[in-house]
Design a protein around this ligand. Structure first.
Ligand SMILES: [Mn+2]
Length: 320
């Protein structure tokens, strides 16, 4: 489906539930906040409801204070807009408020998206869901104000790794140039999101780097974050997010893997990053996860040593 179909769908309804995935990052939060701005300007009513709280770092965006964890009473939405989520499992507890006959508008850029909605707008070539929301503003001919410009910029900046990843296009830059013209300050945005690490999180990074290993051919690098390391350093879960990039940043590495003992119920969270030669969305898919060709993840049952062994075997298989 195209942006036009989604525009028509949004026009048809007046009360929306907006949500995104568990453990939201910049794109999930930014695209929800921008969508809220758009719906407000269109005179629509909405509630934003997420499984997980908004990360502290992202609360500077206006509108994020309206993202709640509980459904307000007496709010009967006509359609639910699910953003940046490849499947319904990714929205976690919010599923409790979705009925079999709910009208779902699915807006996402994950190649692994399973088209779970009545309306599915999926653009794997877009850098971020934020870029898609930008298109919606244009389709509706709604002027982009400062609040949504900040939210869209944050969404695009975080999902492109600050315009470094292969999903960065000339369109990405044209959009962000427009957002800068509206008043967004790139340095301020970068500083707010990337230059506010704590000493605890930095100590955790030090611990994690000690665990880094690399295959003999130098193509796979992997690291661990254990419960013990988190306890010792008193770091935050959010502080584990950028660690995988240190694996990918090594010359010759094709796949970086981060194993985190932060999954629920004896599960290990596994994140993958690729430099493009290997489709890590497929790799994550082998373990029930998904994402993008260059960035994906899954959650695997078992002890970290066992999970490491299984995952590395598959990764080596894919490279050979
Ligand atoms: Mn995204």
């Amino acid at each position: 489906m195209s942006v036009r179909t989604i525009k028509q769908a949004i026009k048809r309804f007046n009360k929306f539930l907006i949500t995104s995935h568990i453990n939201p990052e910049g794109d999930a939060i930014g695209s929800q906040a921008a969508m809220a701005c758009l719906l407000r300007k269109l005179g629509k009513k909405f509630v934003m409801l997420d499984d997980s709280p908004v990360p502290k770092l992202l609360r500077f965006m206006r509108g994020t204070e309206d993202i709640s964890k509980e459904m307000p009473h007496n709010f009967n939405y006509q359609a639910v807009i699910i953003m940046d989520s490849p499947d319904l499992a990714r929205i976690g507890r919010v599923n409790d408020y979705i009925k079999k006959d709910s009208v779902i508008i699915n807006i996402d850029h994950h190649i692994s998206n399973v088209n779970f909605g009545k309306y599915n707008w999926v653009e794997p070539d877009y850098s971020s869901t934020g870029e898609m929301v930008y298109d919606l503003f244009k389709a509706f001919k709604v002027k982009i104000g400062m609040d949504e410009a900040v939210a869209l910029y944050a969404a695009i900046m975080t999902d492109t790794g600050s315009f470094r990843y292969s999903n960065t296009s000339s369109k990405t830059h044209r959009i962000t140039a427009e957002l800068i013209d509206i008043g967004v300050k790139p340095y301020e945005m970068h500083s707010r999101i990337y230059e506010t690490s704590s000493i605890q999180d930095t100590n955790l990074l030090g611990e994690a780097l000690q665990t880094m290993k690399i295959t003999d051919d130098g193509k796979i690098a992997w690291l661990w974050v254990t419960k013990e390391m988190l306890k010792k350093t008193n770091a935050s879960l959010e502080g584990t997010e950028g660690i995988i990039n240190f694996g990918r940043s090594i010359g010759g590495v094709e796949i970086a893997v981060l194993f985190r003992e932060t999954g629920t119920k004896d599960r290990v969270k596994v994140s993958f990053r690729s430099k493009g030669a290997v489709d890590v969305n497929k790799l994550a898919g082998d373990f029930g996860g998904g994402g993008h060709p260059a960035a994906s993840g899954c959650s695997v049952l078992g002890k970290i040593e066992e999970v490491e062994k299984k995952v590395l075997e598959k990764a080596k298989e894919m490279l050979s």
